[in-house]
Design a protein around this ligand. Structure first.
Ligand code: SIN
Length: 484
């Protein structure tokens, strides 16, 4: 059992129309702790029929929610934020149990997720319209922003709290209601968030959580049901492409936060210690399982050995283990399949000439642990330079010139995040212009926050989350031309 101050925060039923809900079939699925392999609990395994019930509840609740004043919605969101922060320690324990990340990272994720709720509670009151100067004197052109309606969200296991909060908060602020499918690996964080929303006074039907082990069936129901007017998905590019096809049938709006392949570039004028510190965060946060993790380290040849030695030294401080232990800094991967995928990428790189310069030993019998690994001399045709590694493996490639490294960095179908370390102001301007990415960290390895627009270009997705831009995807624009 997860040790909590409020054990009732762990729910095993879905949440529909303000009630805890078992699947009509009474089916359940097992959720295990990735650090121990032990069963946490069986959770309601909903079918597309159950999902329909959730969508219908959201559709009934939506106009009533939208009719509340912006200030009323704002107050409820703010109360929800307060409750999340009051329960931060319990929510972090739940997160670590189901996802595996170290408890300090879980505490940070709860605060990160809550920051979206707080931010959109404030922004709910600033969803303004517009008056545009007309072409005739007896005319008025005005613009209203209205909620898109019912939103369906599909969220991943790597940030089971924050990725959902980042979608729920702007949706609710805009006056939308939501049916949410959390990842089958990590449903408890979503259920706990819903419980706290109910406690905050957010009405029945506004948030509905559809737990299921059958993602394709629920995804098909979400995309196929006419009452759902928008999908917001965070996950793989492959699934994102499928959802685009499914949304085409009735032209549903869709926001996609998909895969990344972030280059991390260190120039010879950089502060190497700062670059190493940034690399540790950008690579090893969540055991390398984030879409914005540094995937390819390009280091200028003259400092390559110095950077590699310092990164290797910093990695000696990593402690791999069960995230409930406070000294642990790298938890498990999510599954045995994830370990196999990372191992295949590492084997391929080694077969093509890479050298294992450092590997932190893991002496744990149970759980899905992968040793943090530093690969040097990585050949440019290695698979891990194209695929998302999603594991604690840093791959170093030397480069000679700025033009060279920009070309290599841009040579990817993805364009989510990129990182650069340099002290040359002119170069920073060039990199800012030329790197093909949705987000760019200059002399920092951590770029995510609620006031900035999170999202990618190319095959990394459509739309932005967080910030003033993050509301646009939940609003329809209505233009009114009035003659008098
Ligand atoms: C992600 O991995 O998709 C999100 C990471 C973040 O928000 O920093």
């Amino acid at each position: 059992m997860i040790p909590l101050m409020h054990p009732a925060l762990v729910r095993t039923q879905a949440f529909i129309n303000g009630d805890w809900y078992s699947a009509v079939s009474q089916k359940t699925f097992a959720v295990n702790n990735p650090a121990t392999g032990e069963l946490i609990a069986q959770v309601a395994d909903l079918s597309s029929l159950d999902a329909q019930h959730a969508i219908e509840s959201a559709a009934i609740a939506q106009p009533v929610w939208a009719q509340k004043t912006a200030k009323e919605r704002s107050i409820l969101l703010r109360r929800w934020f307060d409750l999340v922060m009051e329960n931060q320690a319990d929510l972090a324990q739940i997160l670590t149990a189901e996802q595996g990340k170290p408890i300090a990272e879980s505490m940070a994720e709860i605060a990160y997720g809550a920051s979206y709720i707080e931010w959109f509670a404030e922004q709910a009151k600033r969803i303004n319209g517009d008056i545009i100067p007309p072409s005739r004197s007896n005319q008025r052109i005005s613009v209203l922003q209205q909620p898109v309606g019912v939103v369906a969200t599909i969220t991943p296991w790597n940030f089971p709290n924050a990725m959902l909060a980042r979608k729920l908060a702007p949706a609710l602020a805009a006056g939308c209601t939501v049916v949410a499918k959390p990842a089958a690996e990590t449903p408890f964080s979503a259920l706990a968030l819903a419980q706290l929303a109910q406690q905050a006074g957010i009405p029945a039907g506004v948030i509905n959580i559809v737990t299921s082990s059958d993602a394709p069936a629920i995804g098909a129901e979400f995309t196929g049901h006419p009452a759902v007017r928008k999908i917001s998905f965070t996950g793989s590019t492959a699934v994102g492409k499928l959802l685009i096809q499914q949304c085409a049938a009735d032209v549903k709006r869709i926001t996609l936060e998909l895969g990344g392949n972030a280059p991390f570039i260190v120039f010879d004028d950089a502060d190497i210690d700062a670059a190493v510190a940034g690399a540790m965060v950008a690579k090893f946060r969540n055991a390398g399982q984030t879409c914005v993790c540094a995937n390819r380290f390009y280091v200028q040849r003259s400092i390559y050995n110095a950077f590699s030695a310092k990164l290797s030294a910093a990695m000696q401080e990593l402690c791999v283990g069960n995230g409930v232990n406070e000294q642990v800094s790298v938890g498990p991967l999510i599954s045995a399949a994830a370990i196999q995928k990372v191992q295949q990428l590492v084997d391929d790189a080694i077969a093509k000439g890479a050298v294992v310069s450092c590997q932190i030993p893991v002496n744990i019998e149970k759980g899905y642990f992968y040793p943090p690994t530093l690969l040097t001399n990585v050949s440019v045709d290695s698979d891990l330079l194209e695929a998302e590694i999603f594991g604690p493996v840093a791959a170093l490639i030397p480069f000679d010139t700025e033009a060279d490294v920009i070309a290599q960095a841009n040579c990817s179908v993805y364009g989510l995040a990129a990182y650069c370390y340099t002290r040359d102001y002119q170069r920073i301007q060039r990199l800012t212009e030329e790197l093909q990415t949705g987000m760019l960290g200059i002399n920092t390895g951590l770029i995510s926050n609620e006031m900035a627009p999170f999202g990618g270009i190319k095959q990394s997705g459509w739309g932005r989350e967080g910030s003033i831009y993050g509301l646009d995807d939940y609003l329809n624009i209505k233009y009114i031309n009035e003659s008098f």
